[in-house]
Design a protein around this ligand. Structure first.
Ligand code: URA
Ligand code: ZN
Length: 393
């Protein structure tokens, strides 16, 4: 199969065995605990990672840590390659020294997980690549963070890092992170920005709605806020080659980007701070295609595809030509920055059948985007990931 026709999952998680064992040893959130199943009467493990989730947590099993389970899932859905990332909450809750040591160990573990896994027949490709972890916790030194970036860059199957929105305690617009952005840009590692904290739980009211509100709304709103703060801090002006991939199709950022641009223009404190209109920065970002609907994917690609139109005068040779693009060209341009993902092993089917609904829906969504031709869909399914992560090399 040509590299351009591969199915590549760029949003797929693992709790490496060392990390799962660590969660089992804990008595406070985040933790894995064992209870007697109310249905079967047998012992079962449960996962508790969100501060405000129901105390029964969620079911957890070997699909979270066993590589064979990941490969079985990939085979079941015809996924050729996965770029695997540790699931939230990463190392966020640990003291700085513990986080540093564990990050180094987990990065080596993930390299082994990928490098000793299977290869794709007839191609110079492994089936598993990974995103490493940085010890992004309060009190982390620049040395600790930068040396971990260098460690990850030296591990051939790790192509990026996954991070949450907290940074070293003050969010991602913190000056303390400047050396980290510089090191990541220099190393060419992709930053996968993924939510964990959601938004203030008071927003959810008092009705019991399980995990729906924090996952459907809190997660994407968190990504929206974190990315907007990154844009406002000028990080993308100072590090124009930094590659940031947003979880869940960037949350509400595409929908709110013109409003953001307008608010900036009307605020004397920030009006002259950025080199470009806020909408321009959507064209610097990458977006997973984990949105579950064709209309949403089409809309996100429109918002990305129009970005060049908002480059400030003289900033980009492509800008003037992009200004004349029609709707379809814009939509097709945006497809170049979007990538298939599954969020496995989260969102398993409630009753086990064949394929997972969450996966089928995301594949059907890509297939159904109006205005994307087969080449665009192939790019979103795998070609873009192949290029972004230099998978062939
Ligand atoms: N729930 C999580 O906690 N993390 C994910 O990535 C998806 C769902
Ligand atoms: Zn995820």
């Amino acid at each position: 199969m040509s590299a351009q026709r591969l199915l590549v999952d760029i949003h797929t998680h693992v709790y490496l065995p060392r990390y799962a064992a660590f969660l089992r040893s804990r008595t406070s959130v985040p933790r894995i605990f064992t209870r007697t199943s109310p249905e079967s009467g047998k012992p079962e493990e449960r996962l508790l990672i969100l501060d405000d989730e129901p105390s029964s947590g969620r079911p957890i099993g070997s699909q979270y840590w066993d590589r064979d389970e990941k490969l079985k899932f990939m085979d079941r859905h015809a996924i050729d390659v996965s770029v695997v990332s540790s699931a939230n909450p990463w190392l966020d809750f640990l003291p700085a020294q513990t986080a540093h040591t564990l990050a180094g160990e987990l990065n080596n573990d993930l390299e082994t997980y990928c490098s000793t896994g299977p290869s794709l027949a007839q191609q110079n490709l492994k089936r598993l690549y990974g995103f490493g972890l940085l010890p992004l916790v309060p009190g982390a030194t620049t040395d600790s963070l930068v040396s971990t970036v260098e460690q990850i860059a030296s591990l051939p199957h790790l192509k990026g890092i996954i991070m949450g929105s907290r940074g070293v305690g003050k969010g991602l617009d913190d000056e303390a992170l400047e050396p980290v952005w510089a090191a990541l840009e220099k190393a060419g590692l992709v930053v996968f920005l993924h939510p964990h904290y959601g938004v203030d739980k008071n927003a959810w009211g008092e009705k019991e709605n399980g995990h729906v509100l924090p996952l459907a709304l809190g997660f994407p709103f968190e990504t929206t806020i974190a990315t907007t703060r990154l844009i406002l801090s000028g990080v993308f002006d100072r590090y124009p080659n930094l590659r940031v991939l947003l979880a869940h199709s960037g949350g509400a950022l595409p929908q709110l980007s013109s409003r953001l641009a307008s608010c900036i223009t009307h605020d004397p404190l920030v009006a002259s701070r950025l080199k470009h209109d806020a909408r321009y920065y959507l064209g610097k970002l990458y977006f997973d295609a984990v949105a579950y609907g064709s209309e949403e994917l089409g809309f996100v690609s429109d918002a990305i595809g129009r970005a060049e139109k908002y480059a400030s005068a003289g900033a980009s040779a492509a800008a003037s030509s992009a200004k004349g693009t029609d709707g379809t060209e814009k939509r097709r341009a945006g497809a170049k920055r979007m990538m298939f993902g599954t969020d496995h092993p989260f969102f398993p089917p409630l009753s086990e059948t064949g394929k997972w609904k969450s996966v089928v829906e995301n594949l059907e969504a890509i297939d159904g985007v109006y205005g994307w031709d087969e080449a665009d869909k192939d790019a979103v399914r795998g070609g873009n990931a192949f290029t972004l992560f230099s998978l062939g090399s």
